[in-house]
Structures are given as C-alpha cells and as structure tokens.
Design a protein around this ligand. Sequence first.
Ligand SMILES: Nc1nc2c(c(=O)[nH]1)N[C@H]1C(S)=C(S)[C@@H](COP(=O)(O)O)O[C@H]1N2
Ligand SMILES: [Mo]
Length: 322
Amino acid sequence: MWIRKASEIPSSEITPKSSWLNRRAFMAAAGAAGLAAVAGKDLERLAHPDGVHADTKLSTVSSPLSGRGLTETAYNDITHYNNFYEFGTDKGDPSRNAWRLKTRPWTVSVEGLVKTKKTFDIDSLMKLRPLEDRIYRFRCVEAWSMVIPWVGYSLSEFIQQCDPLPSAKYVQFLSLADPKQMPGLGESSIQWPYSEGLRMDEAMHPLTLFTFGLYGETLPNQDGAPVRIVVPWKYGFKSAKSIVKVRFLDKQPRTTWNDLAPDEYGFYSNVNPNVDHPRWSQKTERVIGASLFHQRQSTLMFNGYEDQVAGLYKGMDLRRNY
Ligand SMILES: Nc1nc2c(c(=O)[nH]1)N[C@H]1C(S)=C(S)[C@@H](COP(=O)(O)O)O[C@H]1N2
Ligand SMILES: [Mo]
C-alpha cells in the first residue's frame, strides 16, 4: 500500500498544480493581451456562451481537513471524465452537454422534518461561511480515483441553518431533473430526480462538504454546479450534483443506484477494499491522469479517512451494510 507523495514526483513531470498556476497566469496574461485570449478554454466559451466552465474565481481559506501529500488530478481530467447521467452516460458527455445547465437563478429548498420549510438562494448560501479549499481523495465505485481540490464548507454548517427536528435521522439530496436542460434524462432507466442520502451523523461529520467549487473557482457545470455534496470516504455516487432539494427524514431515503441494482450498490457505500463489487474487485483503483508507473494503487479503507470516520460504523457489519 502506498500513497504517491509530492516529493516522489520526478521534476520532469508537469504537475497538475503547476499547470493550474500556469493556467491562471495564462488567463491573466490573456486578459491583458486581448488577442492571445482566443485559445483553449476561451474557444470553448465562444462556442458555448453559457460556459461549460463557470470559471469564476472564489476567495478561499485553506483547511486543516485537506489531505496532505496528495497529487492533485489535472483540471482537464476532473472536468472531462465525469459521471453525470442527466447529461449522458459516456464520460465525455457531461463536458459536452452541461453548458445547457442554467445555474442562475438557483435555489435549494428544504423540507421534511424541519421547524419550518425554507428556500435558500445559491448566492446567499455561498456567503454563509468562509469558503475553504479542501483537497480530497475521490473514489468512484467503478474503481478509478482522482484527487480533487474542492471549495466549500462543512455540510453541518448548512444543516444548522435548516433547523432539523430531533426526529430527523436521515437527509436526502435531490438533483435538478429538467428535460429542457438535461438531454440524458431519457437515455437510462433511472427514475429521476437523482436521489442520494446520508444518515444524520454522516451528514454532520466535518469532512462532508457542501461544495461550490474546485481549483479555486466555481464548479464547472459537469461537476455539479452550482452546489453538490462530497463525501470523501464513500463511493462517488453518494455525491449528488446540482442539488435543488434537501429533505430531512426519519427513514432511510430511496437512492438512485440502490433502486437500480440493490445487490451492487448499498445505501452506505463506504469505500472498502475488502468488500468487492459483485462484478469486480475493489482492492485497487486506476488513478486518472497518473503517469505510466502510477496507474494503479491500492484502495484504502474508507478511502484513507479511516481514522476520522470509522467510529461512525462501530458495531456494524460492513459486509452486510455495503
Ligand atoms: N445528479 C447526479 N449526481 C451524481 C451523478 C449523476 O449521474 N447525477 N453521478 C455520481 C457519480 S457515479 C460520481 S463518480 C460522481 C462524479 O463526480 P465528478 O464528475 O465531479 O467527478 O458524481 C456523482 N453524482
Ligand atoms: Mo461513480
């Protein structure tokens, strides 16, 4: 078992971090030079005036909850290798199609077991707490992984604003499902809207992130703009994108992948190298964008967050509660 440390990267390799910084420098230079702007991302923006990449810089503070010694996946991989079935089932579909998503105006409504129903405007949510940079490992159930520098604050801060009743034991997240903006809705047998959920103590865990951005900018649409959840110790599908509704419940909510294939995708979906998916092993993962010699690595229990989260599952059989 090993984790790739920044110090192990040969200097000949262009790190994602440096390309991120270079990209910023490039954009600043392009802004000044005017003509130089017609390249790469800017061409894309001309093609899609709504913006595949929202690309608004956010002011952020660093977080002690960031992973250390992790090599960030390149921006281009994070934004072009996506699962977002509302925009199509191929990994490249979301980046091709998500420019259709209109992220303003946008509200998140809160209902169920709360003192009073509320509706939050996205811009006020983004100002609720200082936005933090949180570098997290991200592990998809399909056995690939990335390291993503998210921007957001702990979901617990939002939940406090929702005033859930003591009877609330679970929280459900519902994504937008609008056929006018989402060409993939008819492509699969999924029952829309995409639904995910957490037990209340999981949702309140400080690592669970209410996420508005990545790489210091607002989320590109294909990554779940304008707001998504990130639960770093669980398989990626628990991280619902483009959320419009949050419901507090006394029972476990229905969840999209569990509805589709209950033997393959459980409610808990904690990353666990010792419990294989019925059709493939979960012991190792393909590292997206890694150099030839680092393409597979061992998967860590709870995706490397065991010290922080194992206590949530004390006494539970993780083979049964997969
Ligand atoms: N609404 C919605 N949320 C979703 C999905 C989806 O299809 N629709 N896919 C999930 C899956 S399977 C993964 S792995 C992650 C991918 O997030 P990323 O594209 O930002 O890496 O989003 C999750 N959230
Ligand atoms: Mo996934």
